[in-house]
Design a protein around this ligand. Structure first.
Ligand code: PFF
Length: 443
């Protein structure tokens, strides 16, 4: 990373942008959350809806959100303020930025707890504590952890501290290099696990579960979960890709960078699912067993695998690091904003990290807090942020201003994107919101 101006840095090259944004996107959402929510929502039809949401809502919004960041060259709140001013529309649009900052903090309040579970499994793998045990005993181990608040507290505190330490130093220098090495390693380990699942799991049953669509299982609520997850997994609607986009070199093409990030993110989620479901079926677990799914199935696989302690350690280290490159991106919009308001980076970091820590403690003690934070952010705040971004870019900024910023695509492609962003994306989000509200009232 090099400084282009004294006040606002620019990634040193295009690849760094891709890696940092992929690092933000690929995280617990792909490896922990996707398999278990796909499991809870019946598999195939849900996966298909999720893919459709990535294509019709996620990618178009990512292009728009990154563009707002790069044009604004500032944190989400100030980037929105500048652009609302230059387009001559209400300053109220900067609420998108404020809601985003809040959503990031709220997500980190439970994300850090799950990252803590992953750290616990690094420890358990490294000390071979589940190796050689029966599948039932290994699976029960997660239940023990879920009851052990002290242990969860220690790991959650450790994870928040590391996040704060890196963010306090300034994210950009270390993270680019780290993701450069770690993302390929994560992918290699996932492939290894896929190979293991292919050989030792009920692979075809897993695939069938993931890819054969039974639409009768699809409810308004599961549609909302699929849409919310598309936003969550791509880190959209809350200013993360806006901040990262604000560091993007001028010459980089926003659409091709966004498609690359979305493609990698989706691929990693699908591979994770294809590795995990065959193991779920082979070990007699339920795909809908909830947030513990990853932490029950993988240790079962590693417990009787050659070199299981080694691979298990490696895998959970990488899950933890994938979580770390995302957690940094969750807190960064808030810190960048506070800094602009004149608060030092260190003070901003300590303050926000403390807030996240307190929220995390609440999530550990109450499963309701945990799931409410998850539901509110993923299913409401991020899609709402995305909807407002689509409306702002599609209807308020004006065609010419937007066209100038979106380079590297033909007029034809640009026009298709712009029409999708103006009509399909907002209508899509609104229809899903409507369907899920209708479902709530049993209509
Ligand atoms: N995309 C991350 C994941 O899938 O784990 C989570 C996340 C990071 C969501 C950053 C939102 C965000 F701004």
């Amino acid at each position: 990373m090099s400084d282009s101006t004294a006040s606002h840095p620019i990634w040193s090259n295009r690849l760094t942008y891709i890696l940092a944004t992929t690092g933000a996107a690929v995280g617990l959402g792909n490896i922990w959350k996707f398999p278990y929510i796909a499991g809870e929502n019946g598999g195939g039809a849900f996966v298909l809806m999720y893919l459709l949401c990535i294509l019709l809502l996620g990618i178009p919004i990512m292009v728009a959100e990154v563009m707002l960041g790069r044009k604004g060259r500032a944190n989400p709140v100030h980037a929105m303020l500048t652009q609302a001013r230059s387009a001559g529309v209400s300053k109220g649009w900067s609420l998108i930025g404020i809601m985003g900052v809040a959503a990031g903090i709220m997500i980190l309040m439970y994300y850090s707890v799950v990252a803590g579970w992953s750290l616990e499994y690094v420890f358990q793998s490294a000390t071979s504590s589940y190796i050689g045990k029966s599948p039932t005993d290994v699976a029960a181990g997660f239940g023990v952890l879920a009851q052990d608040t002290t242990r969860q507290l220690i790991w959650h505190s450790a994870f928040i501290s590391v996040t704060a330490f890196i963010v306090g130093l300034g994210v950009t220098r270390g993270i680019g290099n780290a993701v450069n090495i770690l993302m390929p390693m994560l992918f290699m380990l996932l492939l290894l696990l896929l190979w293991y699942a292919y050989n030792n799991g009920e692979f075809m049953r897993g695939l069938t579960f993931m890819f054969s669509a039974d639409f009768s299982k699809l409810t308004g609520a599961s549609l909302l979960t699929a849409m919310g997850h598309a936003f969550f997994t791509l880190s959209l609607g809350m200013g993360t890709v806006m901040v990262y986009g604000s560091y993007m070199p001028e010459s980089q093409s926003i659409p091709s960078a966004s498609v690359t990030v979305a493609f990698l993110d989706t691929l990693i989620a699908l591979v994770a699912g294809m590795a995990i479901f065959p193991l779920v079926f082979a070990s007699g677990l339920e795909p809908g067993s909830g947030p513990g799914l990853l932490f029950e199935t993988l240790p079962i696989a590693f417990s009787d695998m050659w070199g299981g302690a080694f691979f298990g350690t490696g895998f959970f280290v990488l899950v933890s690091i994938a979580a770390l490159s995302s957690s940094i991106s969750l807190i960064e919009p808030g810190i960048a904003w506070l800094e602009k308001l004149g608060i030092t980076r260190i003070k901003a970091t300590v303050g926000l990290a403390l807030l996240c820590w307190i929220g995390g403690v609440a999530s550990i003690y109450s499963a309701d807090v945990f799931s409410t934070l998850d539901y509110l952010t993923a299913n409401i705040m991020l899609p709402l942020g995305g909807l407002l971004i689509a409306l702002f870019v599609g209807w308020r900024l004006g065609y010419t201003r937007v066209r100038k910023e979106i380079t590297g695509v033909s007029n034809g492609l640009f026009n298709i994107w712009f029409v999708v962003l103006r009509f399909i994306t907002p209508i899509g989000v609104i229809v899903v919101f409507y369907e899920s509200i209708k479902g709530l009232f049993g209509a």
